[in-house]
Design a binder for this molecule. Structure first.
Ligand code: NDP
Length: 247
């Protein structure tokens, strides 16, 4: 079994965040869960503890830097360090630009980009002091290709990719030992589509996901493997897609 780590996860109340939390907890890692739905976090922490693991949680809106800082502090107060910080919080309300869904644009930018930045900002001081750590950002294949309906979502994920590469270079330059991993999934069966506000777009995307999406545990396994690599090597970028997904 790999050495136990303190792992903070945003977007931990469902989907990839939840699956990763449960998988990593099984291996003895100490888990710190953050998301807005506190009741979900409580249920997940209770389940982890029932199975003999350790988990704490805090209601956290990643668009609020103070709340993200408080999540980092919870990890330090309870477990003394932060070994891995996973930025999984995200939404995907796709639409055409001509629909001018300003509220959706703002939310995607605030959650997907700023939320990721706040997570990095909260974790880095502790990791740089420890001279070890790993930041894992969840982007998307939409951070590698763009198409109609996904202009803004793709824009946010391209930004996460750019920020991750910049961070990687800065951490290497500082000889910090902080690893940076970008995971870009294709269609994965989670609650993500519930954030789509246009009913027609939602129905079309649901149909696509029904045909192609892979189980969320496959992504959790990928994240686990990236953490378990020897400390002097990093998976900087991973794309994990359903084999049958063309784009
Ligand atoms: P889910 O909808 O299941 O999970 C999204 C998580 O983000 C939830 O826990 C939600 O919790 C949290 N979240 C949303 N807004 C906020 C906020 N303001 N503050 C804190 N947490 C927030 O979807 P996934 O697990 O699929 O999504 C995880 C990541 O994977 C996202 O970044 C998504 O863009 C990315 N992704 C997903 C793909 C897929 O096909 N599923 C493909 C490629 C990338 P709560 O509402 O409780 O706050």
């Amino acid at each position: 079994m790999a050495e136990s780590k303190v792992v903070v996860i945003t977007g931990a109340s469902s989907g990839m965040g939840e699956a990763t939390a449960k998988l990593l907890a099984k291996d003895g890692n100490k888990i710190v869960l953050g998301a807005r739905r506190e009741n979900r976090l409580q249920d997940i922490a209770t389940e982890i503890e029932r199975l003999g693991g350790q988990a704490v949680y805090a209601a956290t809106d990643v668009t609020n830097d103070d709340e993200v800082e408080a999540l980092a502090k919870l990890a330090i107060d309870r477990f003394g360090r932060i070994d891995v910080w996973i930025n999984s919080a995200g939404i995907m309300p796709q639409s055409l630009l001509a629909q001018k869904k300003v509220k959706d644009w703002d939310m995607m930018i605030n959650i997907n980009i700023k939320g990721t930045l706040y997570g990095i900002g909260a974790a880095l001081p502790y990791m740089m002091k420890q001279k070890s750590g790993q930041i894992i950002n969840i982007a998307s294949v939409a951070g590698h290709i763009v198409g109609p309906l996904s202009s803004v979502y793709s824009g946010t994920k391209y930004a996460v990719r750019a920020i991750s590469e910049g961070l990687r270079q800065e951490m290497a330059q500082a000889q910090s030992n902080v690893r940076v991993t970008l995971i870009s999934p294709g269609a994965v069966n989670t609650e993500l589509l519930s954030s789509i506000t246009d009913e027609k777009v939602k129905a079309g995307t649901e149909e696509f996901y029904k045909n192609f999406s892979i189980p969320v545990d496959w992504v959790a396994q990928t994240i686990k493997q990236s953490i378990e690599l020897p400390a002097d090597a990093t998976w900087n970028e991973v794309i994990i897609r359903p084999t049958a997904q063309q784009m």
